[in-house]
Design a protein around this ligand. Structure first.
Ligand SMILES: [Fe+2]
Ligand SMILES: [Fe+2]
Length: 419
């Protein structure tokens, strides 16, 4: 209903057809000034300057396109929910992603005239994974086939959303900055769903490992839980596909977007390094069969800067997952793969690198890829676990209940009413 917590943190039951999407903008900051790039010190734009129109439209369309894409990827998961609690979380993520589309479409309609309206229509026509009219970014054309993939997606890919939105929240185009600032409050919940979801899967697995006193994958699968190596392979997949979303490590577009004030760096306002001018930044390349750092002008490496900030942020949750394993007394550690692993964009695309950062031959890659990325067999096993649990307070066998219910309701609260 509004951008203050009393407005957006509403927990009552709403019938699907009665749900309404709002246009939410953070309150305007009086006399907001542009705080980076060539226009630094000038007043923030309340309208779109002609010379930046095409780039701004592109940025908004690219962001907007990811929002309905994730709904298309995830909506079928309602049929295989592991509990009412999880089903309710899925619904919330989906309606908010739908609202994020609406937030971007509002900007297109309000500020970009006829071009904007046409772009908005095209957003409704593209479909995730469609061969003829796919979504713009590849991670949003991948399948989210099961709930483990959903939790990994909300942990990893919604975090990409967070970083893109943070960069846009710095924008000189004030309506975009205000819109994305509010979207960030919702993104935080999506990442929570992912992190706590994976954590509960791990909890259930380590409990079973201790109960059965085994780390044998076959025995654990016979017991209907997801073995830790499979969880690691899912991390490897989602992490690598997501870091591609930040784009090529060297990009003149990124430099233009920054210099013209359209898109800042993560927490631009807190940085004291004179706004990327005249500085270098280290990117990775392969030389003589080895990965090595290469200094390039920071302005051209801003995608890499954002990717590295993302990677730092991603590691925190994996450490928290490791604490669950550690607490259970099991000697196993989950890791974030090397950033050169399984990349398809930029200098590292096409280079075969192991999760621990060694350049490997095609032969070694082919031999080990099933240890590094989810195999068809892994996917089929996880798929075989996906049933449907809708009785309040009951949970599927492969996932532990949450520590606390939504809005401090009991875990067996009736979160979803079926008619
Ligand atoms: Fe979103
Ligand atoms: Fe999200």
């Amino acid at each position: 209903m509004s951008v203050d917590p009393q407005g957006w943190a509403q927990f009552g039951h709403v019938k699907m057809p009665d749900y309404r999407w709002g246009i939410f903008l953070n309150p305007a900051e009086q006399d907001r000034k542009i705080h980076f790039g060539d226009h630094k010190g000038e007043g923030a734009w309340q309208d779109v300057p002609g010379e930046h129109r095409a780039n701004l439209r592109r940025i908004i369309v690219t962001q907007g396109d990811t929002e309905p894409a994730s709904v298309e990827q995830q909506r079928h998961l309602g049929l295989t929910c592991p509990s009412q609690y999880d089903l309710r979380n899925l619904f919330q993520v989906n309606v908010e992603e739908g609202r994020h589309l609406w937030a971007m479409v509002y900007l297109l309609h309000r500020y970009f005239g006829r071009d904007g309206r046409e772009e908005a229509e095209a957003l409704l026509e593209r479909r995730s994974g469609n061969a003829d009219n796919p979504r713009i970014l590849q991670a949003f054309n991948e399948k989210t086939p099961d709930w483990l993939a959903f939790f990994m997606f909300t942990y990893s890919t919604d975090r990409d959303g967070k970083f893109q939105l943070c960069a846009l929240a710095e924008s000189s185009f004030d309506p975009l900055a205000r819109t994305t600032k509010f979207m960030l409050t919702e993104e935080a919940h999506h990442m929570f769903v992912g992190e706590s979801g994976v954590s509960r899967v791990i909890q259930r697995t380590v409990d079973a490992m201790n109960q059965l006193k085994t780390d044998d994958v076959g025995k654990l699968r016979a017991a209907g839980v997801i073995d830790l190596p499979t969880i690691q392979r899912y991390i490897n997949f989602h992490f690598s596909v997501t870091i591609d979303l930040f784009g090529a490590d060297q990009s003149s577009n990124a430099a233009t977007f920054y210099s013209s004030g359209l898109k800042g760096r993560y927490e631009e306002g807190k940085r004291t390094d004179d706004h990327a001018q005249g500085q270098n930044y280290k990117i990775l390349e392969v030389a003589n069969g080895q990965l090595q750092g290469k200094e390039v002008p920071m302005l051209n490496a801003l995608n890499e800067v954002l990717r590295d900030d993302y990677i730092t942020d991603s590691k925190g949750g994996v450490e928290r997952w490791n604490r669950v394993i550690e607490k259970a007394g099991i000697p196993f550690k989950l890791t974030v793969p090397h950033k050169a692993f399984h990349r398809n964009i930029g200098t590292l695309s096409g280079v075969k690198v192991s999760p621990d950062g060694r350049v490997v031959s095609d032969h070694e890659w082919n031999q080990k890829v099933e240890q590094w990325l989810p195999s068809d067999e892994d996917r089929a096993y996880v798929a075989s676990l996906m049933g449907r649990v809708t009785e309040a307070g009951k949970f599927a066998n492969w996932i532990a209940p949450p520590v606390i219910g939504i809005n401090r309701q009991p875990i067996d609260f009736e979160y979803v009413r079926f008619n």
